[in-house]
Design a protein around this ligand. Structure first.
Ligand code: NAD
Length: 455
């Protein structure tokens, strides 16, 4: 680990990454590399958890491809020195802000979108002029091995390098002097990473998870709501950090909504989702058993069947759920959707205000007042009105959580800013040197008070 970090530190000192031309060339090379290995990436994710090819292409490869294009179109502007108005107190002078890369960065990734969530932050780090060490998740071993092959055989390790391994490997990397850490994963491990970063005062971003609520009020387009919620929940078999964790539906619509959900799940995956090519499996035995234990048969409205041999959990809808049920205690992170009822929007706003801030929140409503109330009064990372998950598709929207769902953000310019320090410079002229600020101060205080309003 020491050698890997030292090699990157030397590469950074050599100042190659300070040239925008170099960064652009590396991003283009990464884009070409991803295209070249598209088939192998799809295969690796199939091996790891039967991720459908369409989902791998749309949520991993295409997202990265578009992000690279967006960066290439804007990098000259983002990386340029910005003039700032000078303060009169510094007259005569000029001021400017220069985005400064941190240096050697570490990106620690999760298993659930194992390509996108490790490479997407790395794109921001590269665009901003850093070197990058990537630690993918060992829980998706085929993808981790492929990422190592793709990156380590195509890029200078002093600039971009993948280190495979588990928690111990990550700890060993964290014990090295790093200049920025970008972590995506669970809140529990996020705390461990932040403690390690604190030891060396290394700045960091934490992209964590949580229970993301979805609210469906009586003015919602119910048909569309059910379809878009079923899509956002069951894509990647519910193993998505921003997937709707649970639904709060207004009482009067409850039965109709649940029936529509059932209809859409059948439309998506047929009567037996186990035979559908479009539905992923659970990543590991540990997660399979955790999820299977959350299905109380007395609450099953739809689905509920499981198969430990294939780590299959049927798309499942649970009804008659309250906050006391085990499924409401932690982030679900699987294809199980609990439905809660409500009468008064104000009541659930109060309930949700008392919980941890989630990474996402979705509201299905055509009532402008309700839209305003929910968006204004509840604190969460980001979200949608009348859709789920899709806000991530806009690189102009910074993506990140708050509180227990993390801090900091990325995507598009937010990625560039996250991996840059805004270095502020004032350049003073020598032709005038106003004596007021220098000691001795005798007789100067009254002058300062008189001049204060002009400064
Ligand atoms: P995880 O926290 O278990 O693991 C993430 C990474 O941390 C892995 O690379 C792992 O090797 C490493 N790690 C694990 N234990 C460690 C330790 N003790 N010390 C150092 N490193 C350690 O998370 P996961 O299971 O891979 O991902 C699921 C979680 O991630 C969910 O909570 C989900 O909501 C969250 N998530 C968040 C986002 C987001 O963008 N905010 C995206 C995807 C997933």
């Amino acid at each position: 680990m020491k050698n890997i970090v030292q090699r990157q530190r030397q590469f950074f000192k050599d100042a190659k990454t300070l040239k925008v031309k170099f960064r652009k060339a590396q991003l283009r090379k990464l884009k070409a590399t991803l295209n070249k290995y598209e088939g192998e990436i799809i295969e690796a994710l199939k091996h790891d958890f039967e991720k459908p090819a369409f989902e791998t292409f749309s949520t991993e490869i295409m997202v990265l491809d578009q992000e690279i294009d967006h960066i290439l179109a804007n990098i000259n502007n983002w990386s340029s020195t910005q003039r700032a108005k000078s303060a009169r107190i510094n007259f005569p002078s000029k001021s400017y802000i220069k985005p400064q890369p941190y240096g050697v960065t570490l990106v620690i990734g999760p298993w659930n979108y194992p390509v996108q969530l490790t490479l997407n932050p790395a794109l921001g780090a590269i665009a901003a002029g850093n070197t990058v060490i990537i630690k993918p998740s060992e829980i998706a071993p085929h993808t981790s091995a492929l990422l190592t092959k793709i990156i380590n055989s195509n890029f200078n390790p002093g600039f971009l390098h993948v280190v495979e391994g588990d928690a111990d490997t990550t700890q060993a990397l964290l014990s090295q002097p790093l200049d920025y850490i970008f972590f995506t994963g669970s809140t529990h491990v996020g705390k461990i990473i932040m403690k390690a970063a604190a030891e060396q005062l290394t700045p960091l971003t934490l992209e964590l998870g949580g229970k993301s609520p979805t609210i469906v009020d009586e003015t919602a387009d119910l048909e569309l709501a059910a379809k878009r919620i079923a899509w956002g929940k069951f894509i990647n078999a519910g193993q998505t950090c921003v997937s709707p964790d649970f639904v709060y539906v207004q009482n009067s619509l409850h039965d109709k909504f649940c029936n529509l959900l059932k209809e859409h799940i059948r439309n998506f995956f047929g009567d037996n989702a186990a035979q559908s090519d479009d539905f992923a499996r659970i990543i590991s035995d540990k997660h399979f058993h955790r999820l299977a234990n959350l299905i109380d048969p007395s609450n099953v409205f739809y689905g509920g069947s499981t198969n430990p041999d294939t780590r299959y959990i049927e798309p499942t809808v649970l009804t008659n759920i309250s906050w006391d049920d085990p499924i409401m205690q932690e982030e679900i992170f699987g294809p199980i959707l609990p439905i809660l009822r409500f009468n008064e929007l104000n009541h659930i706003i109060e309930t949700l205000q008392s919980k941890s801030h989630p990474l996402a929140l979705y509201l299905f409503s055509t009532n402008k007042l309700n839209q305003k109330k929910v968006m204004h009064r509840l604190r969460f990372g980001g979200g949608c009105i009348n859709d789920t998950v899709a806000h991530l598709g806009n690189p102009k929207l910074p993506f990140g959580g708050m509180g227990n769902s993390g801090f900091g953000s990325y995507h598009g310019k937010a990625s560039f800013d996250t991996f840059s320090h805004p270095k502020s410079i004032m350049k003073k002229s020598n032709w005038l040197d106003i004596p007021l600020r220098y000691p001795p101060y005798e007789g100067k205080l009254n002058w300062l008070k008189k001049l204060k309003k002009f400064l």
